[in-house]
Ligand binder design. Structure first.
Ligand code: C2O
Ligand code: CU
Ligand code: CU
Length: 524
């Protein structure tokens, strides 16, 4: 059956809303404008932030070996209530993997769940067969052992399941973790870097709970028969799996690594009273120079690293998400009107930073962070156009047996992504990091001029990306490009590309069984 198009639904809803007045909202929150709703103004930050442990590798034959066990368990998000959850090496989320550029790594990923899964290394440049996309299936009880040499530069990457049709639910129930890469440049910079002390990972997720504290997952949204327009949206914010969290921090310069690991929601991060911060990294690495900001919008799957100078604070500092779209315009009207109470007009508290006095080394913010070797648009051999509909790309839904794009190894390409639907879509490409050339013809702002693997494309926007497909070719194993609203992805808003040594090479999908697919290629 053909699913209804969001555009059509949007038109109907906007017509319905046209006669309504502005909804009641506080409109008075910090930086709030008419229509914004401060939904958890009275939240009390009651729980110390959990920080996922660093996963210690074993060294064997020059490889760093990391063991990940996917398991089910119970998590006490709310006192006295055990929530059924999934995790890596624990009940919810996973440990932080940390390695250096140049390291040879091997992961032993054991599936102790009762269902099939995969584990994808989001943002990593690696051979398609190691990528953990929908083709690298891990059956219950099986261990998958991908290995590669890290060539990414210092960056905050992450890992999560990627099983066709089930990614949204498996991530939602807890399967996600960080993968931090360091390199010589990041080590030489005098940045806060003591994990869990002044360098804090913040995995931000929204969840919906029933009265017994169990997670509610609705792939098809609260309205039977209608698709979940904005993905699965929750009303409770978790940071590293902690509800209503606070974190004690040294009253000095601190670094926060933000990951939006939500299924669909995006966050317009900012501190109370517009306390400034400095963005130093985007998805794929450090920016060339810090950018002072008061707001930072992250779509699903995007990351950013920021520095906050706590020496100027007088007390605790609240991290909020401000309304993304405050006004009752076309887009927020759709979200507010029909698809549940949670929408982009919401403002909410996320985390309280509690600076602690002490004797800390004075540290200033480096003026230069990185050198970015910009790809030359004139060198691009292809410009490909991707039109995003509500649940398809270029009018097609994902077919695991279809290769949508064939790329010549080494090629520089421009991917021009246009959003024809009334909702934002975070467009993600596996294997490569890209640079944003333009948004609707305009050069991107400074903070969007670093390496990225996921990019927000707003309604009616055209975003031009440039990327190079180096090192790995495999005519029989595709990599994915897709919308990272996980319910959109699961419904088919995804396509596949292969990289080939020669465009004349025959391509096709290898059968989904046998050695080539379980991380042990026949001819490594
Ligand atoms: Cu984070 Cu294809 O995924
Ligand atoms: Cu990915
Ligand atoms: Cu989407």
């Amino acid at each position: 059956m053909k699913r209804p198009s969001y555009l059509l639904i949007g038109l109907i809803i906007s017509t319905l809303l046209a006669g309504c007045s502005q909804p009641a909202g506080s409109g008075s929150g910090q930086g709030g404008s008419a229509g914004a709703q401060f939904v958890n103004e009275h939240l009390v930050f009651a729980h110390a932030l959990y920080v996922p442990p660093l996963l210690q590798p074993r060294l064997e034959k020059g490889e760093k070996i990391f063991d990940l066990d996917m398991q089910s368990g119970a998590t006490e998000f709310f006192a006295g209530k055990q929530t059924a959850t999934l995790g890596f090496n624990g009940a919810y989320l996973g440990p932080t993997i940390r390695a250096n550029s140049g390291d040879k790594v091997r992961l032993n990923v054991t599936n102790r769940l009762s269902e099939t899964t995969t584990v994808h290394w989001h943002g990593m440049h690696l051979p398609a067969v190691m990528d953990g996309g929908p083709h690298q299936i891990i059956a219950p009880g099986a261990t998958w052992q991908p290995y590669w040499t890290i060539t990414n530069q210092a960056a905050t990457l992450w890992y999560h399941p990627h099983l066709m049709g089930k990614t949204g639910e498996q991530v939602y129930r807890g399967l996600a973790g960080l993968f931090i890469v360091d390199d010589a440049n990041s080590a030489a910079l005098d940045l806060p870097g003591e994990y869990g002390i002044d360098d804090i990972p913040l995995i931000v997720q929204d969840r919906l709970f029933d009265p017994n504290g169990q997670l509610i997952y609705q792939m098809h949204g609260p309205n039977p028969g209608l698709p979940p327009a904005a993905g699965m949206i929750g009303d409770t914010i978790l940071v590293n799996g902690t509800v209503a969290p606070y974190v004690d921090l040294p009253r000095t310069l601190v670094r926060l690594r933000l990951l939006n690991a939500s299924n669909g929601r995006r966050y317009n991060f900012g501190f109370a009273d517009n306390y400034p911060f400095y963005q130093i990294a985007s998805d794929g690495g450090l920016l060339e120079a810090p950018v002072q900001r008061t707001r930072l919008l992250l779509g699903a799957a995007e990351r950013a690293e920021i520095l906050v100078d706590l020496r100027d604070t007088s007390g605790p500092l609240t991290l909020l998400s401000y309304a993304v779209i405050a006004n009752n315009d076309f887009v927020s009207g759709i979200a507010k009107g029909t698809f549940g109470p949670n929408a982009e007009n919401q403002q909410f508290k996320i985390l309280e930073l509690r600076p602690q006095a002490g004797d800390f080394a004075a540290r200033s913010i480096p003026a230069q962070l990185n050198t970015i070797k910009r790809l030359d648009a004139a060198a691009a051999t292809q410009t490909r156009r991707f039109s995003l509909d509500s649940n398809s790309i270029n009018g097609k839904e994902m077919d695991p047996n279809r290769i949508d794009v064939v790329v010549q190894k080494g090629a520089v390409e421009i991917w021009e992504v246009r959003n024809e639907s009334p909702l934002y879509h975070p467009f993600h490409v596996h294997d490569v990091q890209f640079l944003v050339l333009s948004r609707n013809g305009q050069a991107p702002p400074a903070w969007e001029q670093g390496w990225k693997d996921t990019v927000i494309v707003d309604p009616a926007e055209t975003v031009r990306l440039i990327m190079q497909f180096t090192d790995y070719a495999d005519p029989h194993m595709p990599s994915m490009f897709h919308c990272h609203i996980l319910e959109h992805e699961d419904m088919g808003m995804m396509g596949q590309f292969v990289v080939v040594d020669n465009l004349s090479d025959p391509v096709g999908i290898a059968p989904q069984s046998g050695g080539a697919l379980d991380g042990h290629p026949m001819n490594p």
